[in-house]
Write a protein that binds this ligand. Structure first.
Ligand SMILES: [Zn+2]
Length: 268
């Protein structure tokens, strides 16, 4: 049977809705879904099909990864599950942000193959200097803008939690695979994870975002607080929703490693 996150437990001690002031409310998710449904039909057959699926999401949830209401429910489960797991041994986690060089034109995000990206990352971890780490995280999407007249392009990137090793070893795992370029100044950033429960819930939830942004040229590639980073226009959200729907929730996350005490690693 397929994994149903609606029937999975949320650990209340790590529930993002309790910890995070900025976690989207249910009514925000409903608003976003309404706006998506109004523009999705402009995106051909896949858009029309997704609009229909989303409009039928009610008592029986549609469980589409492109549905903001179902996405919110999934994030509560994923964020609380991950934070609970990290809290067992909070000292040994690092956050890793990776920006691969592949960008996609507007209207062509369907050319992004998340399985290929995930396979590559798994191989890089396998060949890296840390033996048998646990790596958990997800794929995030920005629309990257340029200051030289080029049109904005989609930038799929990764945000991972990495257990074990040390900062230099984690950097050593990825840095040589993602060289710096003119457009991406800091393709790999590793930081030590803070250990308070609130920090764990924040980071765990951040690995699977629900709000997607425009990334302006003056912004540091991770400048979340920068006011020049604003939310995607609804039409761009619609293009992204079609991709998210195709990927599915489990398709968008990365899970690597083996720990029998953490069944979420093996859920299918
Ligand atoms: Zn739904």
């Amino acid at each position: 049977m397929k994994f149903n996150f609606y029937s999975a437990d949320i650990n209340e001690d790590y529930d993002p809705t309790k910890y995070l002031k900025k976690f989207e409310t249910l009514s925000e998710a409903h608003d976003r879904r309404r706006r998506l449904i109004s523009v999705l039909p402009e995106y051909g057959e896949p858009g029309r099909a997704l609009a229909e699926r989303l409009s039928e999401c009610g008592f029986f949830r549609c469980r589409s990864a492109g549905c903001p209401v179902c996405l919110r429910a999934f994030r509560r489960w994923w964020g609380s599950t991950l934070a609970e797991y990290m809290a067992r041994d909070p000292e040994f986690w690092f956050t890793v942000s990776i920006v691969p060089p592949d960008l996609f034109d507007l209207g062509h995000l369907d050319g992004f193959n998340c399985d290929r990206l995930k396979d590559r990352v798994r191989k890089q971890i396998g060949r890296g200097p840390i033996s048998a780490p646990i790596v958990l995280g997800g794929i995030d999407y920005d629309l990257k803008h340029f200051d030289d007249g080029r049109s904005p392009r989609w930038c799929p990137h990764l945000y991972l939690l990495f257990s074990g090793g040390g900062k230099a070893l984690v950097e050593g795992t990825f840095r040589r695979h993602y060289p710096k370029s003119g457009d991406v100044e800091r393709p790999v950033v590793v930081t030590s994870q803070k250990t308070r429960d609130k920090d764990l819930v924040t980071t765990a939830t951040y690995t699977f975002k629900a709000r997607f942004k425009n990334r302006m040229p003056s912004t540091d590639s991770r400048g979340n607080a920068d006011t020049k980073v604003d939310e995607l226009a609804v039409h761009h959200q619609a293009e992204l929703a079609i991709l998210l729907d195709r990927q599915g929730f489990l398709g968008r996350i990365i899970r690597h490693g083996d720990d029998p005490s953490f069944p979420a690693l093996k859920l299918r």
